[in-house]
Ligand binder design. Structure first.
Ligand SMILES: CC(C)(C)[C@H](NC(=O)Nc1cc(F)cc(F)c1)C(=O)N(CC(=O)NO)CC1CCCC1
Ligand SMILES: [Zn+2]
Length: 186
């Protein structure tokens, strides 16, 4: 099973590489990776298992964070209330933002990262609405729209596939600067 020891931290070259597209059918190894990435997110959000294995509660994970330079991300975004189904529970292969809103969005409390063991204050401005294409592990293609927090998480994970870290987006001089096209959520 994947634990925090398998997640590479900033400074590891894999976090600054452009990951390679996957071809179909996936290899057995790639299928196992997809499953293991989703299992990590589930374990990390389970009170007992996250304590037992000292996991940070994660909503998303990208293969480069495991030093695997492939365009695969796992998302497990909880629903609004305890017993709600997840907002998103999906492994996306070769995700691509094909269009996006002009408006921006950012989280009031800024962002963190499973691969970053420090606080980096500042607004991370992202597209507030995105249209995404991706394939699932069977190779089936999808085209979907996302907005708000879901859009933020997806953009954070796709950044990892392009060697981009969340703090690359923070304005060093004015970390909390906002222009009027940006809404602050969360
Ligand atoms: C870095 C960390 C703080 C662990 C962050 N979690 C998070 O923001 N909150 C959270 C966690 C849950 F499990 C359930 C929940 F509703 C909220 C996270 O997983 N990521 C993913 C990551 O590092 N991917 O590479 C960072 C988030 C910052 C904004 C989007 C993703
Ligand atoms: Zn991250």
């Amino acid at each position: 099973m994947i634990t925090m020891d398998d997640i590479v931290r900033e400074g590891h070259p894999a976090l600054r590489e452009k990951a390679a597209e996957l071809t179909f059918p996936l290899t057995k190894e790639e299928m196992i990776l997809a499953n293991d990435m989703m299992t990590f997110l589930k374990n990390s959000q389970d009170p007992e298992l996250s304590e037992q294995y000292e996991l940070r509660a994660g909503v998303g994970l990208a293969a480069p964070q495991l030093a695997i330079s492939k365009r695969m991300i796992a998302l497990l975004i909880p629903g609004e209330y305890e017993d709600d189904p997840p907002e998103i529970e999906e492994v996306m292969i070769n995700p691509k933002i094909v269009s996006h809103s002009v408006e921006g969005v950012c989280l009031k409390e800024g962002e963190g990262c499973l691969s970053v063991d420090r606080e980096v204050p500042g607004f991370v401005v992202r597209h507030s609405r995105i249209t995404l294409t991706y394939q699932d592990v069977t190779g089936k293609s999808y085209k979907k729209r996302y907005k708000g927090y879901n859009a933020i998480v997806i953009q954070h994970e796709i950044d990892h596939l392009n060697g981009v870290m969340f703090y690359d987006h923070i304005n060093e001089k004015e970390p909390f600067e906002l222009d009027d096209q940006v809404s602050v959520i969360g």
